[in-house]
Design a binder for this molecule. Structure first.
Ligand code: CUA
Length: 466
């Protein structure tokens, strides 16, 4: 009897939960209302079956409960009952599957006039490529991917010259226009999902898959990777900003093309050295850093990372938090650099300096730190030498007190919280895995033990294992 009451409450509770629960589908922002309809049909069919089966159980428990003067009757065959059950199950399964097939037919039929965008996934971020004037995307190959060519563009293919490359995980799309997203992965399987669009699809290495949709309202919608793709899967996020078509066109025109990227001059180390004169007072002649002046070691730091931070300081993406006064100081200096070329020259000069070897100032347990560092190693490398592909800067040879301060800042959103600081956002998620001050000190104490080798030395020694 108790069981019958429990089952009855389970059915009533489930139905009440369905209608009263605060968790609903996020408001739709694409043409795929049909997907919502199929989800509703699935809920109704499975809900009815769930209620019917459990209510029958309640009935059977009550009606056929044990009585001393009653015996069960064995009835192995009941043709009529079986025909009914088979028929009802068939109708139920067909009701579950058939609507999905009709939607699928539309889901794979891309409209002729769809705007095409390639979505590139990698551990653990997104980037995008739009065809240029010619409306065609140039050839790509995984073999051609490098620091200068993150999309693996084939320089021989003239169709690729005007391709627009968006390296940040923030992309814009025009409202009320069909879009076909061509999905490409550089490494493992990822899944492109924007909950409000109700369309998702795997990115499979060696293959180009696709989804299409028409965004139906403007706004910002988060891209979440929906396939477990490694240690930082949870941090693989991006943003789709749906805007008016004119705004989209203006934004697209501002983005660099592959042709422009190829034409960028080699950085000028001599010019970089001249720019560095401003930095010497705090960061030191050889980029060794100065604890008293709160200036971290820079020598040997990756040029792409230094460039990005300088650009972030200039754009107010980093250094604007009132709890980060040293970042604020740095903003003023970064704004003195006149343009992108000046930043590139300076960054290349800093990378050319010998890897700094500052005195350790942080004490912790390097053994415990070594275990904690395993998570960091996935991006920053086993030797802390940094990895451009993961947007993870060098850690070996960096000032330990600076690493501690930045980890603390990441944890409390003083750094990495700006909406445009995507890699900072990611690092903030990762930093929170270091639960307390002790964990931070231990991991930094371990980083202090890593060899201070330059990228070229590591490559020559064959020690770069990833
Ligand atoms: Cu990519 Cu999960």
């Amino acid at each position: 009897m108790v069981l019958a009451i429990v089952l009855l409450l389970l059915v009533l509770g489930s139905i009440a939960f369905y209608f009263l629960s605060p968790w609903h589908l996020t408001p739709l922002a694409s043409n795929w209302a049909a997907v919502d309809t199929t989800i509703q049909i699935t809920f109704v069919v499975t809900g009815l079956v769930f209620a019917a089966v459990n209510l029958f159980l309640v009935y059977a428990i009550v009606r056929y409960r044990y009585r001393r003067d009653r015996r069960a009757l064995y009835e192995p065959e009941n043709k009529r009952l079986e025909a009914w059950l088979t028929g009802l199950t068939t109708v139920g399964i067909a009701a579950l599957l058939a609507p999905g097939l009709f939607v699928w037919e539309r889901f794979i039929a891309v409209p002729e006039d769809a705007q095409r965008v390639e979505v590139v996934g990698q551990q653990w971020h997104w980037s995008f490529r739009f065809p240029g004037e010619d409306g065609e995307l140039g050839r790509v190959s995984t073999r051609l991917i490098s620091e200068e060519n993150p999309f693996g563009m084939d320089p021989e293919d003239p169709r690729g010259r005007d391709d627009v490359l968006v390296q940040s995980p923030r992309v814009r799309l025009p409202v009320d226009q069909p879009v076909q997203a061509l999905l490409r992965s550089k490494d493992v399987i990822h899944n492109f999902q924007v909950a409000q669009f109700r369309a998702k699809m795997d990115l499979v290495p060696g293959h180009v898959s696709y989804v299409w949709l028409t965004p139906t309202r403007t706004g910002e919608f988060e891209i979440l990777c929906a396939e477990l793709c490694g240690i930082a899967h949870f941090a693989m996020r991006g943003m789709v900003e749906v805007v008016e078509p004119a705004e989209f066109e203006a934004w697209l025109a501002e983005q660099p093309t592959w042709g422009e990227m190829m034409a960028r001059p080699e950085p000028d180390l001599q010019a970089g050295r001249e720019h560095y004169a401003t930095c010497v007072a705090c960061h030191g002649e050889q980029g060794g850093g100065n604890r008293q002046l709160n200036a971290p070691a820079l020598g040997g730091q990756d040029a792409w990372y230094v460039s990005r931070q300088l650009q972030n300081f200039r754009a107010g993406i980093r250094g604007q938090n009132p709890d980060d006064p040293y970042g604020g100081q740095m903003t003023a200096f970064a704004r003195q650099l006149e343009d992108r070329a000046a930043i590139a020259d300076l960054a290349a000069y800093i990378e050319s300096l010998p890897v700094a070897d500052p005195e350790p100032t942080v004490s912790g347990d390097p053994e415990r730190g070594r275990r904690l560092y395993r998570t960091c190693a996935a991006c920053h490398g086993a030797d802390g030498q940094g990895h451009h592909a993961f947007n993870a800067p060098r850690l070996a040879g960096m000032s330990d007190w600076y690493l501690v301060r930045q980890l603390e800042h990441f944890k409390v959103d003083v750094r990495g919280a700006h909406a445009e600081d995507f890699y900072g956002n990611q690092m903030a998620h990762m930093a929170r895995m270091l639960v307390d001050d002790e964990a931070v000190r231990d991991v930094v104490a371990y980083i202090n033990t890593l060899p201070r080798r330059s990228g070229t030395e590591v490559a020559a020694a064959g020690g770069r294992d990833e």
